[in-house]
Design a protein around this ligand. Structure first.
Ligand code: DAH
Length: 339
């Protein structure tokens, strides 16, 4: 038995000398330490030994087992280090090469302008409501005092989906929806996409964004509309900005007005953008028509209110110096990255 142990030890050291890689090492490990390996063979022979020999031979076999395991571990880490090193050498990483820049993206200029307006209005006490892009004729027109044969419907060329369903032409569609849900005082804004069946050109598009705001309470004064608008524009542009109002017609307000702000490019002096007038026409406003309040189940004898609405693209164009509205929807990174 002692001789067998010595022989196996000699053989092991003979073999491990020539190991060239981890695969060969694994084979040796199995050959000596595996379930059917040489150590196991020696252990099974122990049973045949004489009783008094067993402790000695048992110890010898265990010592050999430990020695072999130790040796295999050492050779493993040695070969492993060499393999890793040569792998790294083969990879040839050029650490001088600049990394690839990740494009983290940006908010769209229209979104930025819209967020800015919403922030200001929320700061002034308005809360945000939403209305659907796909709207019924009722909320987009009828409940806003456009009767079915009302000529003012022609002011807004409409994409009809069915006879009664359309793509909303303005964010004013939110007005009666909100009136139905809440009772005064109501101080709400709504923003989002609008659609009109118009010829696409550098100044107009079939698809654009608006922000709508309205306030309904007891004794809302006409002058509070002006002061709210003035404060709003000052805060959007961060300086005292002049406004002016011209009478205009929208079926859902009476009186109705169009509002201008002093040209933000030339500060009222007159330039190409404002066509030398010093003014930019950018919003509609007025006192909510009693009929609209009635449609919203609000008693016009008790309550009144004002409303205003404005397009975002026009302002974003002025603010960022963009000359063609179509570029907003072309997803051209060369343009978007500039803003
Ligand atoms: N909805 C109108 C449009 O798209 C804009 C507007 C005008 C909104 C007057 C209003 C308003 O709330 O009072 O042309």
């Amino acid at each position: 038995m002692e001789k067998e142990i010595k022989d196996i030890e000699g053989l092991f050291f003979e073999e491990i000398k020539d190991v060239k890689n981890l695969r060969e090492l694994e084979e040796i490990k199995i050959k000596y330490l595996g379930k059917k390996g040489k150590i196991q063979f020696l252990l099974s022979h122990l049973k045949k030994c004489k009783k008094e020999e067993k402790p000695l031979f048992g110890k010898l076999v265990n010592d050999l087992k430990e020695e072999i395991s130790e040796q295999i571990k050492k050779v493993f880490s040695f070969i492993h280090d060499i393999e890793e090193k040569s792998k790294l050498e083969r990879e040839e990483i050029d650490i001088n090469l600049p990394g690839r820049l990740k494009n983290i993206g940006n908010l769209h200029p229209v979104t930025k302008m819209m967020d800015r307006m919403i922030d200001v209005l929320v700061g002034m006490g308005f809360s945000i409501q939403k209305g659907p892009d796909l709207e019924s004729d009722y909320y987009n027109f009828e409940a806003l005092n456009f009767e079915s044969d009302h000529p003012a419907r022609d002011m807004q060329d409409t994409f009809y989906i069915t006879e009664d369903l359309l793509l909303r032409t303005h964010t004013s569609n939110v007005q009666v929806r909100v009136m139905e849900k809440f009772s005064p005082p109501i101080r709400v804004i709504a923003s989002g996409r609008c659609f009109r069946n118009e010829n696409v050109s550098s100044r107009s598009h079939v698809f654009f964004h608006q922000v709508e705001g309205f306030y309904i309470d007891k004794d809302v004064s006409f002058s509070s509309l002006f002061s709210t608008m003035d404060e709003f524009w000052d805060k959007v542009f961060n300086y005292k900005i002049k406004t002016r109002y011209r009478p205009s017609y929208f079926p859902f307000v009476e009186p109705g007005m169009e509002g201008d702000i002093e040209c933000i490019i030339c500060k009222g002096k007159g330039c190409k953008i404002c066509k030398n007038s010093g003014w930019l026409e950018i919003f509609g406003a007025g006192m909510i028509h009693p009929n609209v309040l009635k449609y919203g189940n609000i008693d016009p004898e008790k309550y009144n209110g004002y409303a205003f609405g404005l397009g975002i693209e026009r302002l974003a164009m002025l603010y960022y110096g963009i000359e063609d509205i179509r570029i907003f929807t072309e997803n051209d990174f060369r343009f978007l990255n500039q803003i």
